[in-house]
Write a protein that binds this ligand. Structure first.
Ligand SMILES: Nc1nc2c(c(=O)[nH]1)N[C@@H](CN(C=O)c1ccc(C(=O)N[C@@H](CCC(=O)O)C(=O)O)cc1)CN2
Length: 283
């Protein structure tokens, strides 16, 4: 493995170790953070992510419960469960795994989660607070991306950052967070002209476009930090990021492989958010 390949295992172990220490202290005082995860339907990838979230909670001492509902669950039934969890005092964080079946409005469900328990950071009030720089629960993948970049040792302030992708879950919030860190941010998307040229100016390149191996070395300034948020399952069953890792690795500076870094960091930031939410609700 080249030296510039970011070691996700080490970062995740470090952060989870610190979370566990803090959670153990709270537990000694008789207080335990609690997370409820809701999974509707049988999407196999979502089932894996939910299982991993429950395992990660156990690892750091967070109480967790998983609500597995059939795909035919109605929106009303799901909203009733969210309402119950909003009022449950042993639950400090609520996460409804996305995507939801087509007949359920994701917006309606996200809007129904209590803002202070929205550990996904997807509620419009948390999104609004992020965009105006007020403290809020931050979306897990974008917060994880910023943490990974900081741990490379580079200073984000003043750097040119390019984000490929403008989704509500990753592209937009990661751009806001980079801006908050005083980067000069450009957001590229499917209609962007001269994308390669723009990307080649980036000191930090974050890729979340959902197209396997889209970014090749022609997009990358030598030495740039490259963070790959894509998780694409190929026909042969293997996973690939949005970055053509083998093509880019010798040009980039610190670079994230897929799998192994951004995904596990997403879950780690969920643990972090659950602890933050629990402390705020306890105060
Ligand atoms: N309510 C939410 N739904 C979804 C989110 C989210 O943040 N909140 N993000 C994604 C899925 N996701 C978290 O839920 C997620 C995706 C991937 C991983 C991960 O650890 N990936 C591994 C590879 C795992 C595999 O073998 O498939 C890796 O990258 O190393 C964690 C979480 C959409 N839905």
């Amino acid at each position: 493995m080249s030296e510039n390949v970011i070691n996700g295992k080490q970062i995740v172990a470090d952060i989870r170790g610190k979370l566990k220490e803090e959670i153990d202290l709270l537990a000694a005082e008789g207080f335990r953070p609690g997370l409820a995860v809701v999974l509707v339907g049988e999407d196999p990838a979502s089932a894996v992510y939910v299982r991993n979230k429950a395992k990660a909670c156990e690892q750091v001492g967070i109480y967790s419960e998983v609500h597995r509902l059939p795909a035919e669950t109605s929106q009303v039934e799901l909203l009733e469960l969210v309402d119950k969890l909003n009022r449950d005092t042993k639950i400090h964080g609520i996460l409804v795994q996305l995507p939801l079946p087509k007949h359920i409005s994701e917006d309606a469900v996200i809007d129904a989660i209590a803002v202070e328990k929205d550990v996904d950071g997807f509620h419009p009030i948390n999104v609004g607070n992020l965009s105006i720089g007020k403290p809020s629960l931050l979306p897990c993948t974008p917060a994880g991306v910023i943490e990974i970049i900081k741990r490379t040792g580079i200073t984000i302030s003043g750097k040119r950052a390019v984000v490929i992708g403008r989704s509500n879950i990753v592209g937009k919030p990661v751009s806001m967070l980079l801006l908050r860190e005083n980067a000069t941010v450009t957001v590229c998307h499917s209609r962007t002209e001269n994308m390669k040229e723009l990307c080649r100016e980036a000191d930090i390149l974050v890729v979340a476009i959902g197209k396997p191996k889209f970014v090749t070395k022609e997009f990358v300034k030598p030495g740039a930090v490259v963070i790959d948020v894509g998780i694409n399952r190929l026909e042969d069953g293997t996973l690939a990021g949005d970055v053509d890792f083998n093509d880019v690795v010798d040009t980039a500076g610190p670079i994230t492989p897929v799998p192994g870094v951004v995904g596990p960091m997403t879950i780690t930031m969920l643990l972090h958010n659950t602890l933050q939410a629990a402390k705020a609700l306890r105060a």
